[in-house]
Design a protein around this ligand. Sequence first.
Ligand SMILES: [Zn+2]
Ligand SMILES: [Zn+2]
Length: 200
Amino acid sequence: MNRGIYISPVGMVGDETITVMARFVSEMFGFEVVRHTSFPEPDFAYDARRGQFSSTLILKNLAKVCPSGAVKFLAVTEADIFIPMVTFVFGQAQLSGKVALVSLARLSQEYYGLAENSDIKIRRARKEVAHELGHTFGLVHCRDRSCIMSLSTEILQVDVKSEDFCPGCWAMLSEELAAQKVVGRKGHLETQKKFVEARR
Ligand SMILES: [Zn+2]
Ligand SMILES: [Zn+2]
């Protein structure tokens, strides 16, 4: 079976969004990205009281169907997801595990009563996808507000951060990637080379 990062829509997600995310993930993390099965709307995880979907339940379910060849398994959904104690989450992932989930529900301008702008939505989605995958590679939240691994609890925080890992997070990620014999984003080849060399 193919060894790579698998990506699946959960419920209705635009084809173009999945394609753009797949390309971005492949460039960022250096793995081949495999477009995997689409899953139905996660009705089993619906919480009628909150009118939202339990992120933890969806993640649990995804872990059960994670393809054996997948290095990581990324699911993207339009469902509005939550974990207990907070209003919502943009995504959730298993720390140093395989499965990551990103919700697009609150990444659109429309959600905030503004005119829809697909470029903005895609940009935000790229950040959240890299953030959640970062967790699966063992990265925790970063205090650098411009780092992609900084925690976002509101949309402004997503917009403020860059589409990149800070040098510290990159170094940790590079080590993980090197251990899996892949090289991440082109711009960071030098950092990674140095890191791999330093390990020898
Ligand atoms: Zn996080
Ligand atoms: Zn960082």
